[in-house]
Design a protein around this ligand. Sequence first.
Ligand code: HEM
Length: 325
Amino acid sequence: MAIKNILALVVLLSVVGVSVAIPQLLDLDYYRSKCPKAEEIVRGVTVQYVSRQKTLAAKLLRMHFHDCFVRGCDGSVLLKSAKNDAERDAVPNLTLKGYEVVDAAKTALERKCPNLISCADVLALVARDAVAVIGGPWWPVPLGRRDGRISKLNDALLNLPSPFADIKTLKKNFANKGLNAKDLVVLSGGHTIGISSCALVNSRLYNFTGKGDSDPSMNPSYVRELKRKCPPTDFRTSLNMDPGSALTFDTHYFKVVAQKKGLFTSDSTLLDDIETKNYVQTQAILPPVFSSFNKDFSDSMVKLGFVQILTGKNGEIRKRCAFPN
Ligand code: HEM
């Protein structure tokens, strides 16, 4: 059964109240008998790194997303290439950081349980634990993914959604991975943490349609604020994606988007579709205690973790995450 169908089945079953939340390709207890301390080991390493450098949480969450969207959650984003033509060399991935956290977790695991735990699983766990360190939601990570052997720069460019994309394109990007409009808006909420830079925003501020104008879908006061931070030729200054709340995992991002202060077109355009707009506006006004965002985010992260996975005899268990065996 295709992953899309499995996910549809799972969603259907959970809607009708049947508690089959997770398809059987992966298993929450996958390593329980062979390496019972696996999750504990990953958590220990992740806590050590992320509690010292909180900004890593955003980078690691994004790394897992970028892994899953390119050839599936197979650890291919971690592979290095001598010719610099692997996924990690693609422009959108040049700002990924935190590879050392995944490597340290993998090294610790290899010491205890050699040749057993895939880098794809390590990354999925590290991303989950990193978000938890900064007080974000926790989600279960079904395990048993295997690692891919191929990583191509072009695959990253073809599969990663663009910050300049409109809602139709984003919905298509996500549908291609078996994810729906709700997953799109919920997972975009990942932009409640982390940073970008003027480089990706300047085209919205200056000369949007070639007439020296700015993007009319942006709040004019936000345009003024961003212009102060980002002069026309500034491509370096960093910007919080959820201003005032960039290290806190919360629903503030949706408030920002609802006020037309989404940093990218891909954030703003969530207001251009009835379903995603309703979600943004609901989360923007609900007091945190009534918000379903944390639960929704957890559910969509579990789905993301199933995208095009390798299991069984496919792929391998890499010894080192940066190189195929
Ligand atoms: C909907 C399509 C998406 C687009 C077009 C998009 C695009 C981007 C871009 C352009 C950046 C800034 C990168 C930089 O300047 O270094 C970014 C950052 C980030 N994205 Fe997304 N993203 C999307 C979805 C997601 C999803 C699904 C997640 C995770 C669930 C996510 C998590 C993050 C995080 C945490 C950061 C901050 C990274 C940091 O602080 O270095 N994004 N995203």
